[in-house]
Design a protein around this ligand. Structure first.
Ligand code: ZN
Length: 231
């Protein structure tokens, strides 16, 4: 038994659970109402709640090797698909984040060639989902660190496209009740977010967030003015 984890739980009981007794009691007596479906890699260094300073109840989390979202029609979509349908259709989360990360073992394995992990049959097959990003990165002529950076980013964008294959996701996005976000976390503690205007990942800053929000409001205002002119 991993006794150090139970020691950690003792600390959790003595500190957080004691300090937040009222909060935890309320959480246990109400239905969950998370703000975000967060799809991340299983990597031990990319802890969603830690890097977003989230409290219990905020994130509905799916984690697997290389933050993969199999397409809706794929037989392997059962696990992620069930979580996506529940989060979007039942919990009605207003946000989905797909967060990849630099130093991702799954992406590195796809770059190196999945035949190297042929002795691990499940992993070998799983890398089929990551391979297209690695192939695109190589075809674009990137090498070394840039190759990995591009493949990690492309892999996140591939999974974003796969998200749209779920009818519940598409309908909620079209209805304006669900926003999709593509992120890449760097193990040094920094974050890049996909900026739709520049069609690239940009280091996250509060200014980028404000600019993005302003762009969204301007686009909404423009669409509203067009709709008014047309009526
Ligand atoms: Zn990873």
């Amino acid at each position: 038994m991993s006794i150090h984890l139970l020691r950690g739980h003792e600390r959790f009981q003595a500190e957080f659970a004691t300090r937040e007794r009222t909060f935890l009691k309320r959480l246990s007596s109400e239905d969950q109402k998370p703000s975000t479906l967060y799809i991340s890699c299983s990597d031990s260094r990319v802890i969603p709640e830690l890097l977003t300073a989230s409290r219990p109840g905020e994130l509905f989390v799916v984690r697997n090797v290389a933050n993969v979202v199999p397409r809706a029609e794929d037989p392997a979509a059962l696990s992620a698909g069930a979580a996506i349908e529940y989060a979007v259709s039942v919990l009605k989360v207003p946000h989905i984040v797909v967060c990849g990360h630099f130093g991702c073992g799954g992406v590195k394995a796809a770059i190196a060639g999945k035949d190297r992990v042929r002795q691990y049959p499940h992993l070998h097959q799983w890398l089929d989902y990551v391979e297209p990003a690695a192939t695109k990165a190589k075809a674009a002529g990137f090498v070394d660190e840039e190759l990995e950076t591009y493949a990690v980013e492309e892999n996140v964008l591939d999974q974003m496209l796969n998200l749209i294959s779920y009818p519940c996701v598409r309908e909620a996005v079209d209805a304006g009740t669900l926003a999709l976000h593509a992120w890449v976390y760097d193990l040094d503690g920094s974050l890049s977010v996909y900026d739709a205007r520049s069609r690239s990942f940009q280091p996250y800053t509060a200014q980028l967030d404000r600019d993005s929000e302003r762009g969204r409001l301007e686009a909404e205002a423009e669409a509203g003015a067009e709709a008014e002119a047309a009526s």
